[in-house]
Design a protein. Structure first.
Length: 122
């Protein structure tokens, strides 16, 4: 029963305030900018990119910057590959089933490639 109780308890904070504020500002600023510009259609991309603020939480400013830059560039590359894969089926004249299998293959290749890239970058 202790395992179940441990799932619903919150331990003391471990200097979480500054990383939490950095992540909150990193999500808030792009989203409020898009609201003010009237471009909420881009909100998912701004939110997704803001997740890079999670990385490098315990690092110094210089090393955290390069860690977040690498994470952001990798996320940008994934978004580009996903956009290309989504349009590939129509561009090549594939039927719906073939397009789904193409997306499964592309997702598998991107996930494997990212796994290799992350192990190499560590």
């Amino acid at each position: 029963m202790k395992i179940l109780a441990g799932m619903f308890s919150i331990g003391p904070g471990n200097k979480d305030l500054h990383p939490a504020l950095r992540c909150a500002v990193g999500v808030f600023v792009p989203l409020i900018t898009l609201v003010l510009l009237g471009r909420l259609d881009l909100a998912i991309f701004a939110s997704f990119g803001a997740f890079t603020g999670i990385y490098g939480r315990g690092e110094h400013h210089g090393s955290r910057f390069f860690l977040q830059l690498r994470a952001g560039l990798l996320m940008l590359l994934i978004i580009l590959l996903a956009s290309l894969a989504a349009r590939a089926g129509g561009a090549w004249g594939l039927n719906e089933t073939s397009t789904v299998w193409l997306l499964v293959l592309a997702t598998t290749l991107v996930a494997g490639g990212c796994s290799v890239a992350i192990s190499w970058l560590r």
